[in-house]
Every structure is written in C-alpha cells, then in structure tokens.
Write a protein that binds this ligand. Sequence first.
Ligand code: SF4
Length: 253
Amino acid sequence: MSGPLQHYLKFFEEMGIDSIRLNLPASQHPQASRLAGKEGRGEGALGVKAGSASENVFSPPVLARAAGRAAHMREIRDDLGDCVRCKLHRHRTQIVFGAGAEHAELMFVGEAPGADEDAQGIPFVGRAGQLLTRIIESIGLKRDQVYIANIIKCRPPQNRNPEPDEIEKCSPFLLRQIALIQPRIICALGKFAAQTLLETTAPISQLRGRVFDKFGARVVPTFHPSYLLRNPAGKREVWEDMKTIRRMLDERP
Ligand code: SF4
C-alpha cells in the first residue's frame, strides 16, 4: 500500500479512528433508498442538498435552482467588488471570496486567508487547507460538496489576528453567503470564526464540543486546522466534532 491511501490511513490512525466509512456508489449504499432521492449522482455523494425524492440533480428544477444560486453568489461577489472597505485591502494580493457548492449542506468558516490563499485566491489551500481537506474526506465528503469561506476575505499582514473593525466591515458578505447557501450545518474553525458567528467572547475551549442554533443552521465550533498543525493532540477532539457533523448530516432534515 502506498500513495494517498496510506496517507489517509495514517491520518485516521493519528485521530484514533479504528473504522472507516466506505463511500459506496449510491446503488450499493446501505441507505441507498433514502439517499437516491437526495443526490441522484450515483456516486454516493453525501451531504448534497437537493429537492424531493422525485428529483435528481440533473432534473430541470434542480438545475434551475443551482443556476439561480450560482448567479446570486456572483451578485454578492460583484457587490464586494475590488473592496477597500477596510485597511486590509492595502496588503492583499487578491480577495479570497470563498469556494465550493452553493447548495452545500455543510459549510466551513475559517478566520482569514494566509499566504497561500492570498496568492491563489482560494480558501484553505496551504498546509492547514490540506489538513482541512483530509478532515472533510474523513466524513465521506469531498471539498467540492461543501462550501468554504472565511470571516474576512483579505490576508492580514504577517497573518496577525483580524481586528474588530475589519470583521465588522467584511463579515456582512459572509452572512450573505450563508443566507444564500442555507447550510444545515456550519463548522466554525477556530476562535475567531466561532466567536464572530456566535456573537460571543467565550473561548474556543468552552465553545467546542457544543452545538448551537444560528442562521437556521446547527453551528459546530471546532479547532482551526492551523492549531492542529501545532497541536496534533487536538485531532482527537476534532474527530469527535466531525462525527457529530456526520451524524447530523445523516439525520433527515
Ligand atoms: S477584508 Fe473584507 S472588507 Fe476588508 S478590504 Fe478585504 S474584502 Fe474588503
């Protein structure tokens, strides 16, 4: 065994996982009858919002809704424009707006872009982003099945913490993205995301391990992948949070 499979198994081992969920084709999935109406892709893709059991993702109503959401997301991006609403515009290479499925049931919200994200214009593509990708895959999802964004959309200099005036100016665009996507679950990555979304000053150590109701969604705070790179022991708690998210995704809405 070698390559990516070995890599993932090592990651699971680090997280103390002793069994792995198989991402079976929908027709072979134990919950195939329930999932078939939700997905219709025939690839066992969990966590993708769709319409009634009579619809599949290629049906005209579903395609029209998806196109509508994508158009609305472009409107939000257009409204943001070449934003100079806060001082962070002076330091950025480019705005990191967000990426993923506009119809996602699960959304991840982090703090701010780092150097790799600033260079590429895509959230979570550096080392922490690669870890987030493995975390997403550990619950049977792919990155393009979720939506990923940050509280603020421009990189703070030297990756310093976002300041209150920056969060105040930028977060309304994230809130519009959340309102458009209407995720069932929002995973808040780290202190700033959790505190901003939940409008609290409580430390992440008090917030993680709990589930909150906000934005018509369940909000699950957990540790930021950057923290996990510095403190690998935290992966065990993150895995518990991911299992909570997986359970909630499996529940009928
Ligand atoms: S962080 Fe947000 S509000 Fe500030 S300049 Fe960038 S896009 Fe605009």
